[in-house]
Ligand binder design. Structure first.
Ligand code: FMN
Length: 197
């Protein structure tokens, strides 16, 4: 049986963004695991307009081409890691806009978080957990929060993740939880599909 697929979503799109670095770091740690398959999903590859569809994608599939491709990508995946900044104490607009452009494709799938910023994007991640509940997702408890001197060291002082080995165990805890929920929800979705057939 093929491994469940997890999308590591880079959630900011501006030129010169920091988001590539934590995404590459968590991808390298995750790829060493044997129980799940991981891929980077970059929101830059899905340049959706600010939401202008006729209705929520819960009821009407989007017409926009990038949004349709985004929905197909979300449908292919069994779980998610949102690698996110915090913009004005909330999630980056590009990520919220992307979440608004799909619905059923997210349902009954787990999501974990890697946040970065002054307080490790903790406030943005808490808001994202609430948003993801409306998408009928299962947000995991343990996130990775890259904040304070760790973030400033990498953002402004030329340090890298190689200088921050204390962060690696936080990723392991997050990935272990995500793996448990991914396997549990994959099995539950498969059983529901069998009963419906
Ligand atoms: C519009 C904007 C708002 C920001 N607001 C916050 C904030 O509320 N909390 C915080 O820790 N950092 C904030 N920052 C600083 C970001 O943590 C920092 O710029 C980070 O690199 C943004 O992620 P990115 O480089 O992937 O875009 C803000 C940055 C921008 C551009």
């Amino acid at each position: 049986m093929s491994k469940p697929r997890i999308g590591i979503v880079i959630s900011t799109t501006r030129q010169g963004r920091f988001g590539d670095k934590p995404a590459a770091w968590v991808h390298a740690l995750a790829a060493a695991r044997g129980d799940l398959a991981f891929e980077i999903v970059d929101l830059r590859d899905y340049p959706m307009p600010l939401f202008e569809e006729a209705a929520s994608p819960a009821y009407v599939p989007p017409k926009n081409e990038a949004a349709r491709r985004w929905g197909q990508k979300v449908a292919e995946l069994d779980g998610f890691i949102f690698v996110t900044a915090e913009y004005n104490r909330g999630p980056p607009a590009a990520l919220k806009n992307a979440l608004d452009h799909a619905y059923t494709e997210f349902n009954r799938k787990p999501v974990a978080f890697v946040g970065y910023g002054g307080v490790g994007a903790a406030r943005a991640v808490e808001q994202l957990r609430l948003i993801c509940i409306e998408l009928q997702m299962a947000p995991t408890r343990s996130g990775v929060h890259i904040g304070g001197a760790d973030f400033i060291g990498m953002f402004m002082q030329g340090k890298t993740f190689a200088d921050m080995p204390h962060l690696d165990p936080t990723a392991t805890v997050m990935l272990d939880e995500l793996a448990w929920w991914t396997h549990a929800l994959n099995a539950a979705r498969a059983e529901t599909a069998l009963k419906a057939a």
